[in-house]
Design a protein around this ligand. Structure first.
Ligand code: PHE
Length: 452
């Protein structure tokens, strides 16, 4: 019996929790700056294509694996295949959870600190703020602690309850800020930036950025949706709930764009200012509004809320592994994994004040935090998703996975056939080509066959 594993109280609870995992810094902090540096509307278009044709079919793989086995990523692969090298793919997911949590928690800590910063030290830049390790390290520790306190309470009482309260609040706050931004004179240019594509700026790097962003934003590629799916009853309709999660996540990313760019253009900011976009540019935007510090505080409350429901899922994946497969108590697992993520994230928190951590670089990413994001938030998620597609399509078998998707009045037989084509051929091949373009020899190869 799985009596102590926990289960969502309702499908709506699952959708909120899974959307809470998906919606986070990825949508509100990362999506606008990646869209801003990749040319705006053309990127947004590619992003939508990736979500629809690659991520949505793949999301069903994770949900089917999770609900069928009622296990964490490692346990799920073991249950479907027995001991085999495929177990390593599950283990990669668990490891990726800890690693993303480590640097994600640092940025979430900044977001939390910015709630108070708008009142206490409005003139401080992000560089100055984050270089003060007496502030950034305790903020990071506090954010990991919040995450621990939610996850330790378990699936229904902790994660589901938090999401039920926090997610609707987030939406209301965002709508308020969008209306505020859109009513500023000159805001229309920001809307155009997001909806009028200029495809001449698209390169393979744009496609890679769009695909990586889509996986990251939907929490895909490391088994977060295997884990959340494992707490779903057989009566739930995986096709509808999965589609809702993807719709909400994409909707919030687009709303974040409409929250930031109209205000930014109205007040003369630069859309391609990179990772500091929301931290540096938005506060200057807010400062020009009436009640600016209140608006800023509201915005960073919102960002912290969104980040918390995501860090909760990042922690839940390794925790579910230790609970299911190592028979640790939930309490022990949560504190041990939380502490490990904190230790691993310390260099990211200290980076702004350390020359040597800032100068680490790998394949175009510079600084410890960006290198960690490249390895775990981009490459590992894409590799994980590609391998889990192949696993579901060819090893477990797409018809067996499809039978799981058909339970609870879910997918029709016809849709399962089409879905099978996507996860056996289209998704893994597309991800493979995009990954290949990351490496110099790969991009030369793609250019030679006319795909580069
Ligand atoms: N999807 C989250 C976000 O957009 C981040 C995340 C990635 C969470 C992977 C869990 C797993 O912020």
């Amino acid at each position: 019996m799985q009596h102590n594993r926990g289960q969502w109280q309702s499908t709506a609870g699952f959708i909120l929790a899974a959307a809470g995992s998906a919606i986070g810094l990825g949508n509100i902090w990362r999506f606008p700056y990646v869209a801003g540096t990749n040319g705006g509307a053309a990127f947004v278009f590619l992003y939508l294509v990736c979500v629809l044709l690659i991520c949505l079919p793949y999301l069903f793989c994770e949900l089917a694996m999770g609900r069928h086995t009622k296990k964490n990523p490692v346990g799920a692969v073991l249950a479907l295949r027995g001991k085999s090298p495929w177990t390593l793919v599950g283990a990669l997911g668990v490891l990726t959870g800890v690693c993303i949590l480590s640097y994600y928690g640092v940025i979430a800590g900044w977001a939390f600190g910015y709630i108070f910063k708008s009142f206490l030290a409005p003139a401080l830049s992000l560089g100055e703020f984050s270089a003060n390790s007496m502030v950034s390290v305790p903020l990071f520790a506090l954010f990991i602690l919040f995450t621990i306190l939610v996850v330790v309470r378990g699936v229904e009482k902790g994660i589901e309850k938090a999401a039920r309260v926090l997610m609707p609040m987030l939406l209301v706050l965002m709508l308020l800020l969008i209306v505020r931004g859109l009513t500023l004179p000159g805001a229309w240019k920001g809307v155009e930036f997001l909806i009028k594509p200029d495809f001449s700026v698209v390169t393979t790097a744009t496609v890679l950025a769009a695909l990586g962003q889509a996986f990251f934003s939907l929490s895909l590629g490391m088994g977060a949706m295997i884990t959340y799916g494992s707490y779903l009853p057989k009566s739930a309709n995986l096709q509808t709930s999965g589609t809702y999660v993807a719709l909400f996540d994409t909707g919030i990313a687009l709303l974040a764009g409409f929250m930031i760019f109209p205000a930014l253009f109205a007040l003369g900011g630069n859309p391609s200012s990179g990772p500091p976009l929301i931290f540096e540019v938005l506060p200057t935007v807010f400062a020009q509004m009436t009640l600016g510090s209140v608006v800023a505080a509201v915005f960073f409350v919102l960002l912290s809320i969104a980040a918390l429901t995501s860090t909760v899922s990042l922690l839940e994946v390794p925790v579910s592994y230790f609970v299911d497969d190592r028979k640790w108590s939930r309490k022990k697992s949560v504190w041990v994994v939380g502490a490990a993520a904190f230790a691993l994230g310390l260099p990211a928190a200290l980076e702004p004040s350390s020359e040597s951590l800032r100068s680490i670089s790998l394949m175009g990413a510079t600084g410890y935090l960006s290198v960690m994001d490249l390895i775990w938030g981009n490459i590992s998620l894409a590799v994980g998703a590609m391998l889990l597609c192949i696993f579901t399509g060819w090893v477990w078998g797409y018809l067996k996975a499809g039978a799981e998707l058909q339970e609870g009045g879910g997918m029709s037989e016809g849709t399962v056939k089409i879905w099978g084509v996507f996860i056996r051929f289209i998704c893994p091949l597309f991800i493979f080509l995009v990954l290949l373009s990351l490496f110099p020899f790969g991009s030369r190869l793609l250019a030679a066959i006319g795909l580069g």
